[in-house]
Design a protein. Structure first.
Length: 147
């Protein structure tokens, strides 16, 4: 079974059970964003968590095994996504990336934000003019080594 086949099976089970990423994440003890990332094949789980996820969705042990396999990350991102929501993140990086980089360097120095020691939270903020999407990215600062 491939990661893609695993993802397809998980998506069918998720829809059949009518559950949310938050509910799946809660069953495993992980965040909704990280859980969705695992299920979409971009991260992996330890066996215990993979077993919990498969059991919650009523999936077999083969799915649990594939959930533990370290993925080849980002293989579907050679081109800018055409999905309108994902494209907006590229647009944000194009328009505000330089400014965000300048502000990070001004506050922390020369370095990067980790995508490994990282958390992400998506919340909904109700607003009379239209509900707001709040995405909070929290990554460890990694200064460039001087030698």
């Amino acid at each position: 079974m491939t990661k893609l086949e695993m993802t397809e099976a998980i998506m069918v089970a998720k829809a059949s059970k009518g559950v949310t990423w938050t509910e799946i994440g809660d069953a495993v003890g992980l965040s909704d964003v990280f859980t969705a990332s695992v299920c979409l094949g971009q991260n992996s789980l330890v066996k215990e968590d993979a077993d919990k996820l498969a059991a919650f969705l009523g999936l077999d042990s083969e799915i649990a095994t594939i959930l533990t396999v370290c993925p080849m990350k980002g293989v579907d991102t050679d081109l800018v996504s055409k999905d309108p929501l994902i494209y907006r993140f590229y647009e944000i990086a194009y328009v505000y990336g330089g400014a965000i980089k300048e502000c990070i360097h001004e506050k922390f120095g020369d370095g990067i934000m980790s995508a490994i020691d990282f958390t992400c939270d998506v919340t909904k903020e109700e607003c009379p003019k239209g509900d707001r999407v709040v995405v909070t990215m929290n990554g460890k600062f990694l200064p460039y080594k001087k030698w």
